[in-house]
Design a protein around this ligand. Sequence first.
Ligand code: SAM
Ligand code: DTB
Ligand code: SF4
Length: 324
Amino acid sequence: MKLRNDWKIAEIEALFDMPFNDLIYQSHTIHRENFNPNEVQVSTLLSVKTGACPEDCSYCSQSARNDTGLERERLLPLNEVIDAANEAKKNGATRFCMGAAWRNPTDKNLDRVIEMITSVKELGLETCVTLGMLKQQQAERLKEAGLDYYNHNLDTSPEFYGEVISTRSYEDRLNTLEHVRNAGINVCSGGILGLGETRRDRARLLQELANLPEHPQSVPINDLVQIKGTPLDGIDKLNPFEFIRTIAVARIIMPKSYVRLSAGRTEMSDEMQALCFFAGANSMFYGDRLLTTDNPQESHDLQLFKSLGIETEKKAVSEPLNAA
Ligand code: SAM
Ligand code: DTB
Ligand code: SF4
């Protein structure tokens, strides 16, 4: 099937509006045409620089504006990163993702992160980093270091964005994605649901992602983890079926991208996660911590995979996804 990057909002909203069974039947069919439906790619996360972030993302534990009681940490020493990556590899992860709470890295910051990327790659793991905004030349440096993926989420629709974050614009996000894409690094970009956005905002987020010049190779869909001290703590939770619908629509309009069932799994039942996999999710974070919050225990996830007959993908395929 030809990849499209000219999705109209009405088409995407019509998918969201389908009867649930029709929608997940369609997304699962497309999923099977493009992927092994019994395989999930697993990545492990590590926060290499935690807290005191100058941005004001209203969902985040790490914003300096949110009094969440998080200890500020300096950039982790290289040996601690290598130890964590070794552990992740031993436990079966194929990709190691390192996150830093920066608005953007300085060139000196980048030197240190590049050492981390080089060392993690030497272990035979794929690498992903998420460091905030990047200049073109910084993206080139990461590419030279052999970085496989850069995570930078659009988070929500352009219309709702200003309600969630005021310290940077949607355009800033799109520019960094362009720099990453130009450098030839795989793009990991998705969003976060349950921020109080409407269905139209969810449809617009997916439209923005699918209509990029190239579909992101990885599309993380996060469910808000509510954190005490953040403005969004206590907000109404998103209906689980609406979350699954969003996964299904992402699968239909970006058929060859990995759709990542991301933050929020500790609050999801196993049955809900199974429906997410059926609807087209085929990657997730594995390991008992995300960046600053908990993820399900590894033993629990292994049991879930066993119950569902799911295998973890041994080696992720990372080819450019040219739309059109
Ligand atoms: N600071 C970098 C940035 O904003 O691009 C990278 C790290 S940031 C933590 C990566 C993504 O995690 C965010 O874009 C958001 O989608 C997700 N995220 C952050 N806090 C979250 C929360 N409390 N619940 C769910 N997802 C969250
Ligand atoms: C993404 O989309 N989700 C991950 C990863 N990319 C970096 C982060 C989730 C963070 C959840 C809240 C926390 O642990 O602080
Ligand atoms: Fe900073 Fe990223 Fe958290 Fe926003 S999401 S406050 S940029 S760490």
